[in-house]
Design a protein around this ligand. Structure first.
Ligand code: MG
Length: 170
């Protein structure tokens, strides 16, 4: 059995990861609607990754004999009124998620639950990558987004992203 607070935070993270998937699906839909199918593809795959994260938290809870409680997933609340908006909202969201992971990490460390700490190590590293990806997208958009030809090339680059399963297995 896990510490009650740690188990609760892990359960809450399941919902946060599904919300992330929902948010990125919203971004994906926005870009498809705007005709930028490459950006749409990039965020559709990002949404798949977030679903994978949720499933990993579920699996970890189940491996530890914990009940999984699924709560309602909130409506995506980012205002998408220009092509750059999803990119900046995405970075903000990843920074928020990093904070959530760090909170669980801290709670697990406090009760010397080093197994959970080890499980979360992958997510700590993953968040570093997520923030870097989000920052890179913003930089590229700032460099190339203002010119139609360059935007077309960037869109083509993002259309090449393919889904890969998470490197963490439980
Ligand atoms: Mg995630």
């Amino acid at each position: 059995m896990l510490d009650r607070k740690v188990a609760q935070l892990l359960n809450e993270q399941v919902n946060k990861e599904f919300y992330s998937a929902y948010l990125y699906l919203d971004f994906s839909n926005y870009y498809y609607q705007e005709g930028l199918d490459g950006f749409g593809n990039w965020y559709k795959i990002q949404a798949q990754e977030e679903r994978d994260h949720a499933m990993l938290f579920i699996q970890y809870l189940q491996n530890n004999g914990e009940a999984v409680v699924l709560e309602a997933i909130a409506k995506p609340d980012a205002v998408l009124d220009n092509l750059k908006a999803p990119l900046t909202e995405g970075l903000k969201h990843e920074q928020y998620v990093t904070g959530l992971i760090h909170t669980i990490y801290g709670a697990a460390h406090e009760v010397k639950d080093f197994r959970t700490v080890q499980f979360l190590d992958w997510f700590v590293k993953e968040q570093g990558e997520e923030e870097k990806n989000a920052e890179d997208l913003i930089k590229k958009y700032e460099l190339f987004g203002g010119d139609p030809k360059s935007l077309y090339m960037l869109n083509s680059e993002l259309s090449a992203r393919v889904y890969t399963a998470p490197s963490l297995t439980l």
